[in-house]
Design a binder for this molecule. Structure first.
Ligand code: C2E
Ligand code: MG
Ligand code: MG
Ligand code: MG
Length: 292
């Protein structure tokens, strides 16, 4: 009987695997159309100054309104897009929409600091990337100084010879560069030595244990001290509780992002919650002329 049950479990497992594989294949084949049919949606999560609670930035996080599977989180399709070259047009669409929305908010007098967009290494390796960024900034009139690009630490930049040059070119345009998910990758410090990153986003996993372990808090303190010495801004990701926020205040963490301060939400819900400049001061930077 035990053997029979085991076999059933096994068949169940196979069945589940087929469903997952089918879904994977479906996602892969639908992704192309998603771009054509405009099914990608951006949600925006605030980044907050822990001292005074003001919004110092927004992070654009992509979702896919799939016709049959519902609203899909990026974890369901970004890895697939990265395997195929679809991440390139997908990434373009995300950057363009984030800049368009950012410009709309600036024009309406909303104050939100920087607009952060996540970048896959594969996008940056594409030779047309810099030209694309310039085109999108020119077309949308979004100021480069208000844009932040986030790169995941674990997507090692090594193996990408032109990436260092691309990063310096982005920084030269005034674009802010952030290392995302810092602390869970392998070669964190190499990036800090020579690459023009100005912001560190500490991965949420490093918050685990800090409620009861001095050692875990010491790791955060060490990252803060290092970032300070390097003149980098630190953002703690995934702050969910008041206790976590209190601990981060104690150790002097400047900026936070997390459900405690606001979840990622669609533009029509985020906009009205942003602070607004008084009408007199309501003069966003001029639209940039397209560059030759
Ligand atoms: P990320 O850039 O590290 O973004 C933070 C993720 O943590 C988001 O998940 C966000 O919704 C979630 N989060 C925020 N606050 C909390 C919290 O307090 N607790 C917990 N448990 N989670 C929190 P999301 O939106 O599912 O995105 C997952 C990842 O997908 C992102 O991680 C990013 O690496 C990637 N991603 C999202 N949008 C894009 C995109 O346009 N392009 C690329 N290449 N990757 C993207
Ligand atoms: Mg990010
Ligand atoms: Mg992150
Ligand atoms: Mg992450």
């Amino acid at each position: 009987e035990a053997k029979g049950a085991g076999k059933n479990n096994f068949q169940f497992f196979i069945g589940q695997m087929n469903t997952d594989t089918n879904e994977q294949l479906q996602i892969e084949s639908d992704l192309r159309q998603a771009l054509e049919r405009d099914e990608l949606v951006l949600h925006y999560q605030p980044k907050v100054d822990l001292g005074d609670g003001t919004v110092v930035g927004l992070e654009a996080l992509v979702r896919w309104q799939h016709p049959t599977l519902g609203l899909l989180a990026p974890g369901r399709f970004i890895p697939i897009a990265e395997e195929t070259a679809l991440i390139i047009p997908l990434g373009q669409a995300v950057l363009r929409e984030a800049c368009r929305q950012g410009r709309e908010w600036l024009d309406a007098g909303y104050v939100f600091g920087t607009m952060a967009v996540n970048l896959s290494l594969r996008q940056m390796r594409w030779e047309g990337f810099l030209h694309d960024v310039d085109t999108i900034l020119a077309e949308t009139g979004f100021p480069a100084e208000f844009l932040q690009l986030e790169l995941i630490e674990s997507q090692a930049i090594d193996g990408c010879e032109q990436c260092e040059g691309v990063l310096h070119a982005l920084a030269a345009r005034g674009i802010s560069l952030a290392i995302d998910d810092f602390g869970v990758g392998y070669s964190s410090f190499v990036y800090l030595k020579s690459l023009p990153f100005d912001t560190l986003k500490i991965d949420r996993s490093l918050l685990a244990g800090t409620a009861h372990s001095r050692r875990d808090v010491a790791v955060l303190r060490a990252i803060l001290a290092m970032a300070d010495a390097l003149d980098m801004t630190v953002v703690m990701e995934g702050v969910e509780t008041e206790d976590e926020a209190a601990m981060l205040r104690t150790i002097g963490c400047p900026q936070v992002q997390g459900w405690l301060f606001g979840r990622a939400q669609p533009a029509h819900e985020v906009g009205p919650r942003l602070a607004r400049l008084p009408d007199v001061a309501c003069a966003p930077p001029a639209v940039r002329a397209p560059q030759p």
